[in-house]
Design a protein around this ligand. Structure first.
Ligand SMILES: [Zn+2]
Length: 308
């Protein structure tokens, strides 16, 4: 029987916050998500722990171009000499020439914080890239993994269906499901971070993930879950709310910066409604995403208002 494994690798400074997955089938391996160059030692340690060598890595798959998923792709490819990158065509474009990605993140975070967060973002060599269209697939040790384009969180996003492991790797298209927030029952929240959120597409992405019918969903933030329907129902409620807030903010005619505090409060209140038993620790844990989600919705509201 073929030996088949899916390993969750905890790659962030903050524990149980950001995952990469290592998939092994027979003699071949794939990393799903690359995180940043900071994660490289942990990724290579996981490979060694699984009894595999860098030469066994055939694919580095990233679900989208956001830096906590893709910034380390070039470093990981450099460490795995036979691997190629698998990504959405719009993501491969960003990673072959990452200057734009870097510039927009530096504009948000400043030079020093950018380096602390994301390290060095190298360019992925053109010759080591496999850009996959909607419904296209790649092979791993005789298993077939298929990608489905899922915008809604970002226009350069896909999810990866892995039937042999009964798993779909959902990136940020099926919410954030942090282990530290599950003490009072399942809690999932969508990421509406700048600049690509689209409520209708986000709903379609959720339906797509469910339609694949796999036993496990593996969001990048964080780990494997078996109750996709429960997660989906909560995500839909949040997305419906977010859509209303965007409409209200767009009508309000404020600048993005002026709309943000109100949107932050809206997110906090919605979290309290969905998770009434959360204490201060859980609310504090979510502040990072509340901030990003408010920024993202303020941006969308501003775009909605912009004259055609
Ligand atoms: Zn993202």
């Amino acid at each position: 029987m073929t030996r088949r494994e899916r390993v969750t690798i905890d790659v962030d400074v903050r524990p149980r916050f950001t995952a990469c997955y290592l998939r092994v089938t027979g003699g071949e391996c794939a990393f799903i998500e690359a995180h940043t160059a900071h994660a490289l030692p942990r990724l290579m340690a996981a490979l060694t722990h699984a009894g595999r060598r860098p030469e066994d890595v055939r694919w580095v798959v990233v679900t989208h171009a956001h830096l906590d998923h893709a910034a380390g792709a070039a470093a990981l490819l450099a460490a795995c000499p036979r691997a190629a990158l698998v990504a959405h065509p719009r993501t491969t474009k960003h990673l072959i020439a990452p200057e734009k990605l870097i510039a927009s993140a530096v504009a948000v975070y400043g030079e020093q914080r950018f380096r602390d967060l994301y390290g060095t973002v190298g360019a992925v060599p053109n010759a080591r890239v496999l850009a996959l269209g909607d419904g296209e697939s790649f092979e791993l040790g005789g298993d077939t993994l298929k990608v489905w384009h899922t915008s809604g969180h970002a226009y350069h996003h896909f999810v990866v269906d892995d039937p042999a492991a009964e798993t779909v790797y959902t990136g940020d298209a099926f919410g954030l499901v942090y282990p530290d927030l599950q003490a009072w029952g399942r809690f999932a929240i969508p990421s509406t971070s700048p600049t690509g959120f689209n409520a209708a597409e986000a709903r379609r992405s959720i339906d797509k993930v469910l339609s694949l019918g796999e036993r496990y969903v593996c969001p990048t933030h964080f780990g494997a879950y078996e109750d996709a329907e429960v997660i989906a129902a909560q995500l839909r409620r949040f997305i419906d709310r977010a859509e209303r807030w965007v409409e209200q903010a767009a009508r309000g005619g404020q600048t993005a910066a002026a709309a943000e505090p109100g949107l932050r409060d809206a997110w906090r209140l919605a979290v309290r409604e969905e998770a009434p038993r959360f204490g201060e620790a859980e609310q504090a844990f979510l502040e990072f995403d509340v901030e990003l989600n408010a920024q993202g919705l303020a941006y969308v509201a501003k775009q909605a208002r912009a004259p055609a």
